[in-house]
Design a protein around this ligand. Sequence first.
Ligand code: ATP
Length: 237
Amino acid sequence: MTKALSIRNLRKVYGQDIVALKGIDLDVDEGDFFALLGPNGAGKSTTIGIISSLVNKTSGEVSIFGCDLDTQKSEAKTHIGLVPQEFNFNQFEPVEEVLINQAGYYGIDRRNARTRAERYLKQLGLWEKRRQMARSLSGGQKRRLMIARALVHEPRLLILDEPTAGVDIEIRRSMWSFLREINAQGTTIILTTHYLEEAENLCRNIAIIDHGEIVENTSMKRLLAKMVHETVILDVA
Ligand code: ATP
């Protein structure tokens, strides 16, 4: 099976001695819906930053759909759509322009970009807002705009860093159903989250990271079965 992501012995040291990743290995198959779960400071954002070429690794190997980040970085980047935690689009542009300009970075012409923007804005419930300034959107709407923007060049791998943090439950559910739909259409998805409920609802496979190490890497089903088993043992004890 094609690997969407393959990571070997990945290390990251910030400054002299902040060891954020201690040599992790991780594989994600094409088509998977994969969760990276872990407490604050575990190394999730660092991992995602390295995969997306925003953070330099200290050592190790990363490849995206077979493209090595050291030797085929620009091709690897075309395969990735990133939804970071913070809103980093131009707040003073109309919503639709945010998407059209993003498409422009990938060499997509305006007409084509407009068609794609329409599709994603409609799917994410933002079509009525297309002429409004991005800054006038609510927090949940901004998050959905970030997802649309990450998809506009039609990447094979969508990476979301805590996409539903601070989003109310109704919007969160509608984002979940949208993500399920695009995953069913073939986009591989990796998300980081603090919510086990979110991972349980969406993901087939999961890795748990803690203090820069992968402490669990299994299917969601096996993890839940193990948790139930451990709870039973604890109850008996
Ligand atoms: P959160 O859930 O809070 O976002 P996280 O799992 O994403 O946490 P990271 O942000 O990857 O964790 O941080 C991993 C470790 O690296 C932490 O100890 C953090 O303090 C440290 N760290 C992250 N970014 C930097 C930086 N730019 N400079 C120095 N240390 C950093």
